[in-house]
Design a protein around this ligand. Structure first.
Ligand SMILES: Cc1cc2nc3c(=O)[nH]c(=O)nc-3n(C[C@H](O)[C@H](O)[C@H](O)COP(=O)(O)OP(=O)(O)OC[C@H]3O[C@@H](n4cnc5c(N)ncnc54)[C@H](O)[C@@H]3O)c2cc1C
Length: 313
């Protein structure tokens, strides 16, 4: 499908470095290769700094407010007393190769869904050039290891079948949150953002854009609260409200849709794809999908009723 402004494929290493550069140019001090090991609290229990280890020495840095952006394995929130742990059902385990020398259509991102090839997840092929792509798989956290198969095994099977001539030149493994947002995003003197706050999309697992939104909402709130001289959890909860209004409510809907879509058989996915294939790309929108399904596969509409009730249309 050609969907205008569908999104961007970015070079993550370059992207992160440029963001860091922009922050530095705006006045931030950057300390690389430093590992946070704890939070500091004042006598009233407000977080007011971070302890970190750098070059085999421990340091403390004071802060009027701390923003925890430490990813899926986040500990900073936990040190401050906020439970950031994930339920295994709410994560997907991922493995990804960067593969060169492959035959792809560089203008398109490919997604493969199916219980056999990627149980409770999907396989992606995201082009990085004319003959090079990120090829990855995500599978359900509770499925990983079942029958002795890990995400990397599913990926290897796919790559062997689809890109036997490809050259693997990079590898990334990790997990993504695919549940709802953490209910509690703030404490006294602290806000939690991005994957640390479980802000990846519950269906796609994509979290870069959401991490940027939650980072922006948290930073705006922190600035306002610092100006008012109040960094209590109550004052910082403006961030929670903004997250819920602008993105959180969609997450709840997406979680419901996900729960229904997970009941699909592979055959059902094939029939949905067949319907989509009948439509000119520029007409792929919910009302047209609805009409096409009604015309060509009315039974599908009946089968999709739970999805529709969950808020898909
Ligand atoms: C294989 C794979 C492929 C993915 N593909 C996509 C994709 O195509 N599109 C998309 O939108 N999302 C994708 N994601 C998800 C995306 O990577 C995350 O949602 C996103 O990176 C979250 O950003 P973040 O800043 O919250 O966390 P992160 O990017 O994880 O950054 C957290 C940082 O904190 C650092 N850190 C952690 N603990 C400490 C500590 N104690 N002290 C100091 N530093 C610490 C980590 O080293 C890391 O640099 C993918 C994830 C995986 C695993």
């Amino acid at each position: 499908m050609d969907v205008p402004n569908a999104g961007y494929v970015l070079e993550r290493k370059v992207f992160d470095r440029v963001l860091t550069e922009m922050a530095a140019n705006a006045g931030a001090d950057i300390i690389v290769k430093a590992r946070a090991t704890g939070v500091k609290k004042d006598d009233n229990g407000y977080v007011n700094g971070i302890v970190f280890r750098y070059s085999a020495r421990d340091y403390t840095v004071k802060a009027k407010v701390v923003i925890a952006a430490d990813g899926i394995e986040s500990q900073v929130g936990r040190w401050a007393g906020i439970d950031t742990t994930h339920d295994l059902r709410d994560i997907d385990v991922c493995a990804q190769y960067l593969i060169s020398n492959i035959d792809i259509e560089p203008e398109y991102c490919d997604f493969y869904v199916g219980r056999e090839i990627a149980p409770r997840g999907y396989i992606w092929v995201f082009p990085k050039g004319a003959d090079i792509a990120n090829v990855g798989v995500g599978i359900g956290g509770t499925i990983s290891g079942k029958g002795g198969k890990l995400a990397i095994d599913y990926l290897n099977e796919f790559v062997k079948r689809k890109f036997p001539q490809g050259k693997i030149i990079g590898q990334v493994v990790g997990a993504v949150p695919v549940g709802d947002s953490l209910p509690k995003l703030v404490g006294n003197g602290i806000l939690i953002v991005g994957d640390a706050a479980h802000h990846s999309d519950p269906i796609s697992g994509g979290g870069i854009a959401n991490a940027m939104y939650s980072g922006m909402f948290a930073a705006d709130t922190a600035v306002d609260c610092l100006k008012k001289g109040d960094v209590s959890a109550k004052a910082l909860s403006i961030y929670e409200g903004r997250w819920d209004r602008e993105i959180g409510k969609h997450f709840k809907r997406i979680c419901r849709i996900r729960d229904e879509a997970l009941k699909f058989s592979d055959e059902m996915f094939d029939r949905c794809a067949a319907v989509l294939n009948r439509m000119p790309a520029e007409k792929v929108n919910m009302p047209t999908i609805f009409k096409t399904v009604l015309k060509h596969q009315p039974r599908l509409l009946l089968e999709l009723r739970h999805l529709i009730l969950a808020g898909w249309v």
